[in-house]
Design a binder for this molecule. Structure first.
Ligand code: NBP
Length: 478
């Protein structure tokens, strides 16, 4: 065979990635279980590049140059395993199977182990940027062996998005499931970013009394500053949109029940297992869950709350500036939490992930792309051992400057009964990290009281237990 890469699974993502490879000069073999999709691709886009259509797995494998590079773009889960089972007998040692679907990183670890037994490289690749990114240049997060990256990396670098400085938005993240893990946390951060923006909108609407169109204008203003990002940009577009059927703001005719596909939930589940507090991401996932409980919300509408009082014009403008501060500071916290999770995952699974490199490849192509990521990259590049982004001097200065406004916004939201779980959780995390003493000492006392779980003292080495049911003297534990 002569095709440099093959793509099997030609729904929107696979088709667009295949076209992206072809547009970049690669000879691409294409295959889909339902052959009509393969023919449709050739008919519609065959002129864009050098495609080889394959109607059977055998034809597909035969079309590929050796060692083969075969990208699987089917529905994540069982279909991925089915496709792997189908192709493995047709492959040889040294071939590279790439899974570009949204796989759970534990599945990727298992598949990598299983294929390694056959001498086949399995590369789990996180791809962000949706349909358009797949075609125009996504952010690509490849895991797998170093050896497989040597063969695959240069091709991925060609089809990936490019940051403003020209750097391709892909890099070898680490072995086995590292790429899918980082993609998962990317999506968790995306949930948090979206939730924080939604809370800012809610406050500007309910407390400042702004219309959706005015909030769109406010966001456009923010988008020229430090919050400059794809998500703020599209939020302004959505808010400025008017529903054609009713003439109302689009946002007012959409049901307020947020859905989710599961990667945010995976991020939180994994964070719980790793013991990493990703409270901002968790609140974002829970906020979507809460919104979906329609019956519960309907029943609870009778619960008392404060009477909302909309601010006057001058106060509203000052309040909007404070919301920008709260949004920015909360965003820094979300990223600090997400990067903490990546570091912890890297340590737990032995991945040795370059955090600055992760920030670098999120600068373009993906949903959370933002000017902000350049600052995160710079923070890790200048201090690779940085334990939290919040401790980077620049972020520390900015959150410090923002804190008065951040606190005022969270307090005003509580006073007016506007739910801001993201802002509030971010602030609580910030204060939790800052605290000289946490009430965890009391928690330890409670645990020792009811379960003899023991505690450590501030003044002496060792573990101790107090005889709570007896004379309350202290004894060394163990
Ligand atoms: P889908 O997730 O809708 O999957 C459809 C494809 O899977 C079709 O090609 C279908 O073949 C194939 N397929 C299925 Br379903 N079961 C199969 C089986 N047992 N054997 C062989 N093929 C099978 O496609 P998509 O929306 O293009 O997404 C592809 C992957 O990319 C998914 O993992 C998804 O989670 C991920 N994704 C990522 C993003 C992103 O922004 N990064 C966006 C969207 C999707 P058929 O035509 O014969 O039914």
């Amino acid at each position: 065979g002569t095709a440099q890469i093959g793509v099997t699974g030609l729904a929107v993502m696979g088709r667009n990635l295949a076209r992206n490879f072809a547009r970049n000069g690669f000879r691409v073999a294409v295959h889909n279980r339902t052959t009509a999709k393969t023919d449709a691709l050739i008919e519609e886009f065959g002129g864009e590049g050098d495609f080889v259509a394959a109607h059977t797995p055998e034809e597909f494998v035969a079309a590929l140059e050796r060692p083969r590079r075969l990208m699987v773009m089917v529905k994540a889960g069982d279909p991925t395993d089915a496709v792997i089972r189908e192709f493995v007998p047709l492959l040889e040692a040294g071939d590279v199977v790439i899974d570009g679907g949204n796989a759970h990183f534990e599945d990727t670890r298992r598949r990598e182990r299983e294929l390694r037994e056959h001498g086949i490289h399995f590369v789990g690749v996180g791809i962000s940027g949706g349909e358009e990114g797949a075609l125009e240049g996504p952010s690509i997060m490849p895991g797998g062996s170093k050896e497989s990256y040597a063969s695959l990396g240069p091709m991925l670098e060609r089809i990936a998005a490019r940051a403003q400085d020209g750097t391709p938005c892909t890099t070898h993240i680490g072995p086995d499931g590292a790429g899918h893990f980082v993609k998962m946390v990317h999506n968790g951060i995306e949930y948090a970013d979206m939730q924080l923006i939604a809370e800012a909108y809610d406050l500007l609407r309910s407390v400042a009394g702004y219309s959706p169109a005015r909030i769109a204008e406010t966001f456009r203003g923010w988008n020229t500053g430090r919050l400059d990002s794809y998500l703020i940009e599209i939020t302004a577009e959505v808010l400025a949109h008017t529903d054609a059927a009713t003439g109302k703001p689009f946002v007012d005719v959409v049901q307020d029940r947020a859905e989710q596909k599961g990667t945010g939930r995976w991020t939180v589940q994994t964070a719980l297992d790793l013991g990493v507090p990703v409270s901002g991401i968790a609140e974002a996932v829970f906020a979507r869950s809460l919104s979906g409980h329609a019956d519960l919300r309907e029943a609870a509408r009778t619960l008392p709350g404060p009477t909302a009082s909309v601010l006057g014009e001058a106060e509203a403008a000052a309040f909007a500036d404070r919301v920008e501060q709260a949004l920015y500071a909360s965003k820094v916290v979300s990223y600090a939490q997400g990067f903490h999770q990546i570091r912890a995952g890297g340590e737990a699974y032995g991945w040795d992930i370059d955090l600055g490199g992760v920030a670098s490849i999120w600068r373009a192509g993906c949903i959370i792309r933002a000017a902000f990521l350049d600052r995160i990259r710079a923070a890790y590049d200048s201090r690779p051992g940085l334990v939290s982004l919040l401790l980077d001097p620049r972020f520390a200065r900015e959150t410090g400057t923002a804190q008065d406004d951040w606190r005022a916004v969270v307090a005003e939201a509580a006073r007016q009964g506007v739910p801001t779980p993201g802002f509030a959780a971010a602030l609580a995390y910030y204060d939790g990290l800052r605290a000289g003493r946490l009430p965890a000492a009391l928690t330890q006392g409670q645990r020792d009281f009811f379960g003899a779980h023991t505690y450590r003292r501030t003044d002496r080495e060792g573990s101790f237990h107090t005889l709570w049911g007896g004379d309350r003297s202290e004894v060394p534990a163990g």
